[in-house]
Design a binder for this molecule. Structure first.
Ligand code: ZN
Length: 471
């Protein structure tokens, strides 16, 4: 059984005070393909098609939902008639009528949705399989942003945004500034209420805060606001756009994000784009931002439709996720979905036994939780843990060692041919209280950090934070 709804944008006002409203209808696939082939251009704002596609992208960019534009024309009224709603091909056009029915007074546009009932009683909404949008051709239309002009011209792009919101399954919002408010206003872009609405149906994406955390080798590194992944089951999404102003790697645009997996994980990362052939990098970096080749992964086409996908067991640690294209000049919007499941045991790091008989932890994370214990190697009657770091570029390294269990002491030595070289730094109470701190500039090479106590035979938990400043 098929049912259909009509949703209008009108100039009628509404007085209640709550915000977005969702219908019970939604696209089970989380995706809708629109055939966008409206002929002609607006008087001042470019083609209708470009404005419509921008509106589709605006919704896609703030949600997991995907609008996909196809550059061909489908009559939005095709196959329609009594009992024939739902041709499962979405179209958009101007029309003098709503597929033969009169537009209501002051109605600028209409979205028709149709689909399959979700249960035999056809209660609780339907699974949308078709949505078509008809703009009232008796109106005068233009495309522009900002406040409405009072010359009787209707503005196409904000109405397209509104109608696409209905196509997604949103009803009218009573939030005054929302695009989904029942009547057009000075609002010409999606507002937080609109984004909350679509997110409530399909799941939101964490809009990436463009916080530049480092500029490394000429590449800007961004930390998304959901960048710490601790498990046991995590799902993270982000969206972005490759553009010509991005960092360039081998002639291709590159967006670089930093994620921290707090536990060893089985990860499944998918990079999708309708605009370019995606190419995905995942590179583990050590506390000193040296890449670790044994945990560097790249993929071009393992996902569906030439999308990129990396499925791997990875160690806990800090990773750079690189979004690029397989060919030069690939640009446009993309979406990244990260699914991670924590594996047991929760953490494993490479270690080796040095010529001095002490185990050395290699390539640690920036933050280490450890403990001195009676089974540790003993050096001058004090327990000792060793951590090996690599420095690739002359860098200022700050190391903070703190413990509430013992009076810490921190050592830093350089390593040449697996043996301690001439550099030997030590700090006892450079941090707060009895904590230790070293702040020094290191040239490229291999170094050991020694974690020990000031007094003999002390033990207990400690934390290390390693910060690297690259000039
Ligand atoms: Zn409406």
């Amino acid at each position: 059984m098929r049912i259909a709804t009509l949703l209008l944008i009108t100039l009628l006002s509404s007085n209640s005070s709550h915000a977005f409203e969702v219908s019970e209808n939604f696209w089970e696939t989380g995706q809708a393909v629109f055939h966008v082939g409206i002929s002609g251009s607006s008087p001042t704002g470019g083609t209708w098609n470009d404005a419509f596609k921008r509106s589709m992208a605006a919704w896609s960019d703030v949600s997991v939902f995907d609008f996909v534009a196809l550059d061909d024309y489908i009559d939005p009224c095709i196959s329609r008639g009594e009992g024939l709603f739902g041709d499962e091909s979405t179209g958009v056009d101007f029309g003098a009528t709503v597929c033969g029915s009169e537009f209501g007074e002051n109605t600028l546009a209409i979205t028709l949705t149709a689909g399959q009932c979700l249960n035999p009683q056809c209660t609780g909404g339907f699974s949308i399989t078709d949505a078509d949008i008809i703009f009232n051709s008796s109106e005068t239309w233009d495309v522009y942003t900002g406040p409405l002009r009072f010359d009787g011209t209707s503005e196409f792009e904000r109405v397209a945004l509104h109608e696409l919101g209905h196509a997604l399954g949103l009803n009218h919002s009573n939030e005054n500034s929302a695009i989904m408010r029942a009547f057009v206003s000075d609002t010409s872009s999606l507002q937080s209420d609109d984004i909350a609405g679509v997110s409530s149906i399909y799941g939101g994406i964490d809009v990436v805060q463009e916080t530049t955390i480092a500029n490394i080798y000429g590449v800007t590194l961004v930390a998304p606001d959901n960048a710490i992944i601790s498990g046991p089951n995590n799902s993270n999404n982000l969206s972005g756009t490759l553009s010509s102003s991005d960092n360039q790697l081998d002639g291709k645009s590159l967006d670089l994000y930093q994620y921290t997996f707090e536990n060893d994980s089985l990860i499944d990362i998918q990079l999708d784009s309708q605009a370019f052939d995606p190419f995905l990098y995942l590179v583990r970096v050590s506390a000193t931002q040296a890449s670790i080749p044994s945990f560097t992964f790249v993929d071009d086409n393992s996902g569906p439709s030439n999308n990129a996908r990396i499925t791997e067991n990875i160690q806990a640690g800090t990773y750079w996720l690189g979004v690029s294209s397989a060919s030069n000049n690939g640009q446009g919007s993309y979406e990244v979905a990260i699914i991670s499941n924590t594996r047991n045991p929760p953490s494993s790091f490479e270690t080796f036994t040095s010529v001095y008989g002490v185990d050395v932890l290699v390539n640690p994370n920036s933050n280490i939780d450890g403990s001195l214990s009676s089974t540790d190697f003993k050096f001058n009657d004090k327990f000792l843990d060793l951590v090996q770091i690599e420095v690739l570029t002359t860098s200022t390294v700050k190391v903070e060692l703190s413990s509430s269990a013992f009076d810490t002491s921190l050592l830093l030595v350089d390593i040449i041919n697996n043996e301690v070289g001439s550099l030997a730094l030590q700090n006892d109470d450079g941090g707060s209280g009895t904590n230790s701190r070293l702040d020094t500039t290191l040239s490229p090479g291999t170094y050991w950090l020694g974690i020990t106590s000031f007094n003999a035979s002390e033990s207990g938990d400690y934390d290390i934070a390693i910060t690297l400043v690259i000039p």
